[in-house]
Each structure stands twice: as C-alpha cells, then as structure tokens.
Design a protein around this ligand. Structure first.
Ligand SMILES: *Cc1c(COP(=O)(O)O)cnc(C)c1O
Length: 387
C-alpha cells in the first residue's frame, strides 16, 4: 500500500482554476484500518458536512462497499440526502429531532439521537399510537454540548412513568479530549459513560470518534464513530498520522511576477520583500476556503509567531507571501530555478506532499476546518488508485 499519490492527477481539466483529487481507495483503506483498530466493535462512518467536504455520495458508496452499515450525519436534511445512497443502512442523526423536523425521520427512516428531555417529548409525541421507530440516546459525559446528564439518563431508565415504547437502540456519548491520549478527561468520561450504560443494560453503546478508537479497547464498546481519520486527517496529537491522504487540493498559477527588494505584496502592503523575488500568483483564495489566516504576512495571526502556510511545487515547499485574497494567493517561488514555474502549473495546497494538518496549524486552525470549508468552485476528480 503506497502512501503517495505520485501519479499525475487523472483527467486534468483545462478549465479548472483549482481542483480537488479525491482518492476513493484511500477512503476505503482508511475505513478498513479504523475497522481493524476497532477490534470486535462495529465501525460506522461519520458523513456530516458533505462527508467532511469530500462529497456525500461518493464517500457513502465507498464506505458501504467496504462494509459500513451504520452512518452518522449532523442534520435530518443530510440524512434525507444519504438515504437513497445507502438504502439498507442505519442512519443516525446527531442533532436529534426537533418539533417541525419529524416528517424527515419517518420518510427517510432516520434514527434521531435524542439530545434532551424536550427532544424526547417531541419524539414520543411523533410516534403515532403503537408505532415503532428507533431512536438513540445521547448522554453528556463532559462536553456540555448535547445529551442528557448521566444522572437524568439513569433516572429516565428507572422511571416507572417512562413510556413503554421508549427503547433506544444505541446509547452514546462524545469525548472532549480524545486527541490528547494522556488527558485525564478521557478516563473520567469513560467512567461516567459506564455508569450510564449500567442503567441501559442490553442496549448497544458507542463512545469513540476517530481519536477515541486510538485510546484502546476500553473505549470501543459496540460501535465506533470515526470521521476525520477516514478522510486522512490526523486524529491524535503528537503521533505520526497512520491514515492515507484522501484529498489533494491544487490551484493553477495564473502569472509569475518578478518583484524587487523593497517592494510590497498584496493588500495592506504588509509583506515587504527582503530580496528580488519571483512570485507565483495562484487562482485560489478565501472564497475557496483557503483561509485568510494562512497568509504569509499582514494578518494579525503572524504576530503570534506563526509563519503562514506553504504550498508545494516542483519538488519543494513554496511559502505564501502577503495576504490571501478572495480569489488569489501569492507564493514565493524565488528558490526554485529560474523558469521552473510557468503559468498553468498547479501548486499543491495540501495533499500527499503537503500534509493538511501542517497547513492547518500554520493558519492557526485544524484540518477539519480546511476540509469542511472547501468551496464549491473546485473541479472535483474522483480516482481509484491501485495499491
Ligand atoms: C463529528 C463527530 C464524530 C466524528 O469525530 P471525528 O473526530 O471526526 O472522528 C463522532 N461523534 C460525534 C458525536 C460527532 O459529532
């Protein structure tokens, strides 16, 4: 299994100003690796936000072909889009059911992950006389985001007034600090989750996101819920990323400029050239999700000591220079041989040669943000690699 997408991008489209190459075989390899690491637990796939920007339909088909039958989305509308793609799978909706959204759950056979007492009441009211529809129950073990408190969940389980038709198919919680394996919060949440689970004997349980899977068997329970790792992201801090890169983002060079020492670059005239420079102007900007905080100079973040992001071109990193603008970004290509860079070349923004987590860090953010923020203007190319 090769980790590099060394072959040139398939089907380069001359009309693309920027393109994404999405490696579907990497998606299935990553799902299988998460399934192996999940041991005896089943492995779901988290597909929220258009499958972390990779495209809901191709991603869902790929995970389904690899063996996934449990899927998580954020909203009922996402569940509705997913249903025809995976007709035989269980689809959990993490935001749960609110008044007004009920129809989508019944029409598309979606499982609401009940997040509060109010949602539970909406769900119970929506079940018509004797009707049966599955739900999941979210307990909050430390995020203070969604879910009943452990105490309320335990009380609900033992409440004689609890509706007989309320029997969740899954009890779940979410980890706050799983990317930091030594954080004491992980054990604390595990203990609280176990306490809640005791009250829901015989019901499947799920705790681990991508990073949680790496915390080991104790955290796996019956079903794991990887997201970012499937898409090639680095789930755990301070550990080499074992996942295969999925997305390569590239932008076309529109022009190579020569500028003199002492001149400035981009808005704010904030990047002052210390040497005579060659600058490649690439057709990518913050409107494509290439964040302004990646800028080489001239945004407040740079005063924190972060140096800004780099692209990758003709075998070496090329640093951003000046502020990222809406549609255009400057890269310093002075260290490449004269004439090496031409209009029409594609700069890799992130991908196999420029890890997405490195780019994200340079912009003061995380890979999740770069993936889910990919704009609509890219040409999208799906490839299957032989491994
Ligand atoms: C997004 C999400 C996941 C997936 O998390 P990753 O860190 O991307 O693996 C799992 N569970 C819940 C509740 C989520 O919101």
């Amino acid at each position: 299994m090769s980790k590099s997408l060394s072959a040139p991008t398939a089907d380069a489209d001359p009309e693309d100003h920027a393109r994404l190459t999405i490696d579907l075989s990497a998606l299935s390899d990553n799902w299988r690796l998460m399934a192996r690491k999940s041991g005896t637990a089943r492995t779901a796939a988290v597909l929220k936000a258009d499958a972390y920007g990779t495209g809901l339909e191709p991603a869902a088909r790929t995970f389904h072909a690899a063996g996934a039958r449990d899927f998580f989305v954020a909203t009922p509308a996402e569940g509705g889009r997913l249903r025809p793609i995976v007709p035989d799978a269980r689809i959990f909706v993490l935001s749960g059911m609110w008044a007004g959204s009920e129809r989508l759950f019944f029409e598309y056979d979606l499982v609401p992950v009940i997040a509060s007492e109010e949602q539970l009441a909406v769900f119970m009211a929506a079940l018509s006389e004797g009707a049966d529809h599955p739900c999941a129950l979210h307990v909050d073990t430390g995020m203070n985001r969604l879910g009943l408190t452990v105490a309320d969940a335990v009380a609900l389980a033992g409440d004689p007034a609890r509706p007989a038709s309320f029997s969740p198919v899954l009890l779940m919680s979410h980890l706050a600090c799983a990317d930091d394996p030594l954080n004491a919060m992980n054990r604390m949440q595990l203990d609280r989750f176990r306490a809640a689970r005791k009250a829901y004997d015989g019901i499947e349980a799920s705790l681990a996101n991508s990073a949680g899977i790496f915390l080991g068997e104790d955290f796996h329970f019956d079903l794991t819920r990887p997201g970012i790792a499937l898409y090639g992201g680095a789930a755990v801090n301070g550990m080499p990323n074992p996942m295969t890169p999925v997305v390569k983002a590239e932008a076309r060079v529109l022009q190579v400029r020569h500028a003199r020492a002492g001149e400035t670059v981009s808005y704010g005239a904030a990047a002052l050239l210390a040497r005579d420079s060659r600058i490649a102007v690439a057709a990518i900007g913050y409107a494509d999700g290439y964040l302004r905080s990646l800028s080489g100079a001239g945004v407040p973040l740079r005063q924190t000591g972060l140096s800004g992001a780099s692209g990758y071109l003709h075998g070496r990193p090329v640093p951003l220079i000046g502020r990222v603008t809406m549609d255009l970004t400057h890269f310093d290509v002075t260290d490449l041989p004269e004439g090496a860079v031409k209009a029409g070349d594609f700069i890799e923004l992130f991908g196999p040669n420029m890890p997405i987590e490195t780019v994200a860090r340079a912009g003061g953010t995380i890979d999740y943000v770069l993936l889910t923020g990919l704009g609509r203007r890219y040409g999208r190319h799906y490839v299957e690699k032989q491994r």
